[in-house]
Design a protein around this ligand. Structure first.
Ligand SMILES: Nc1nc2c(ncn2[C@@H]2O[C@H](COP(=O)(O)OP(=O)(O)OP(=O)(O)O)[C@@H](O)[C@H]2O)c(=O)[nH]1
Ligand SMILES: [Mg+2]
Length: 189
């Protein structure tokens, strides 16, 4: 009989401009629902969903941060302890991509490099998209995974959260060396 594996918990944040669909993506992922109504997030809202990745149970603690606008600056201290984050833009508003990139720089300054996925949301409204392939081309050197989603139809949503969860596991994997090699002080060896 194999021992049950301990549950892992990872904090992940939703980061982006206002009204890009951060809350809607979480609602789609956690509760399989969508609403056209826009209820802006105040501060932060925390949700949780447990997924299974390669036999490993992983609880994602989802920190849905209020989006940034002209009057509200995201408090980067919310990101502390995050294992990864989704950087969300709204395909129908090019300015939200610039905002996402600006927030990413501030996030990295606060917590260093952690895995992220750049999400271009509102794929169902692709006819109105201002963000084009060419706008994303310059990001190829970052090595970021870039995905298109729709919180409305659900396209790409589960896959994206699972991929982010996977990245947090890959980061924590024991095969990845995190410690400095130690001197062997074993005199009997
Ligand atoms: N068509 C379409 N609308 C979407 C999608 N996702 C979100 N919306 C709409 O966009 C608006 C904003 O969605 P929210 O999820 O509240 O956005 P948010 O990023 O959490 O906004 P803040 O909390 O203010 O930062 C709402 O009216 C949603 O219904 C999508 O995939 N497609
Ligand atoms: Mg919100």
């Amino acid at each position: 009989m194999s021992e049950p594996q301990p549950d892992l918990q990872k904090k992940v944040c939703m980061l982006g401009a206002y009204a890009v669909g951060k809350t809607s993506l979480v609602a789609r992922f956690v509760r399989s629902i969508f609403s056209d109504k826009y209820l802006t997030t105040v501060g932060v809202k925390i949700d949780k969903k447990t997924v299974k990745i390669g036999g490993q149970k992983l609880s994602l603690i989802l920190w849905d941060l209020a989006g940034e606008d002209d009057f509200y600056q995201v408090r980067m201290s919310y990101l502390r302890g995050s294992a990864a984050y989704l950087l969300v833009a709204d395909g129908t508003r090019l300015a939200t991509l610039d905002k996402a990139l600006e927030l990413q720089q501030r996030a990295e300054a606060e917590i260093g490099k952690v895995p992220l996925i750049l999400v271009i949301n509102k794929l169902d409204a692709i006819d109105d998209w201002e963000i084009k392939e060419t706008d994303l081309a310059s990001l190829s050197e970052t090595g970021w995974q870039v995905v298109a989603t729709s919180a409305k139809t659900g396209v790409g949503v589960n896959e994206t959260f699972l991929a982010l969860g996977q990245k947090t596991l890959a980061e924590a994997s024991p095969t990845k060396e995190q410690e400095q090699p130690q001197m062997n002080t074993d005199e009997h060896g």
